[in-house]
Design a protein around this ligand. Structure first.
Ligand SMILES: C[C@H](O)[C@H](O)[C@H]1CNC2=NC(N)=NC(=O)C2=N1
Length: 207
């Protein structure tokens, strides 16, 4: 479960990263709920939390909503900062995170204009097209037969799971129609470039 990029966009990524890196402290006084941050008197000691949940600190995330995150009392400033950010943050947005993933996950952001020139243009030259009304790219691949089409899709599926980035696609016999966009940033990101380049490379190997 990872911090979504919407959080990073609103600066929550920083707040959470700061707080997340402190989540190994011993006592807590703030709780994040799906409705936002609230004060709590709960205290955990690291030994108990480690024993009880296995990880260093429990993060109660169900599906895509944080039901509670406990902040260290000694960092009320950080929690206040996070509170401040969360209070400005549309609470209806889904957010899921873990301490490890929150600190490690590389936040993807929408492609900049420069990146679009440098990284997107070569794909457009290779036959990808911009999707009308969306910040997304599309290409139809025609393979030799269904077997080739499906082996291409298998490779993409493995990559998708590895980088946690999934295509929108349709397959009919030897055709694979692919649309790429990053839902978390509502547009194109480096993840889409990476997946498109992977597709281009795989198709070259198959043909
Ligand atoms: C919760 C999960 O990590 C996110 O929804 C991932 C999954 N796969 C994804 N795939 C795509 N194309 N865009 C995303 O923003 C995305 N986000």
């Amino acid at each position: 479960m990872l911090l979504t990029n919407k959080c990073a966009q609103h600066g929550l990524g920083m707040g959470f990263q700061k707080v997340a890196s402190l989540l190994n402290k011993r006592t807590y006084s703030w709780v994040v709920t799906a409705a936002g941050l609230k004060l709590t008197t709960k205290t955990f000691n690291a030994a108990e939390s480690r024993g009880k949940w296995g990880g260093s600190v429990p993060l109660w995330c169900s599906n895509r909503y944080v039901s509670s995150v406990l902040y260290p009392t000694s960092t009320k400033a950080a929690a206040t900062a996070a509170t401040g950010v969360i209070s400005n943050y549309n609470r209806q947005q889904a957010l899921t995170l873990t301490t490890k993933a929150a600190t490690k996950r590389k936040m993807v952001a929408k492609l900049t204009e420069q990146e679009r020139c440098e990284k997107l243009q070569p794909l457009l030259d290779a036959g990808w097209t911009l999707v009308e009304g969306r910040d997304a790219i599309y290409k139809e691949f025609q393979l030799k037969d269904f077997n080739q089409a499906f082996s291409l899709m298998t490779g993409v599926a493995l990559l998708a799971e590895k980088i946690n980035h999934h295509p929108e696609w349709f397959n009919c016999y030897n055709k694979v129609q692919v649309t790429l966009s990053t839902h978390d940033v509502n547009g194109l990101s480096s993840q889409d470039i990476r997946m498109a380049n992977y597709l281009e490379a795989q198709v070259k190997l198959l043909n």
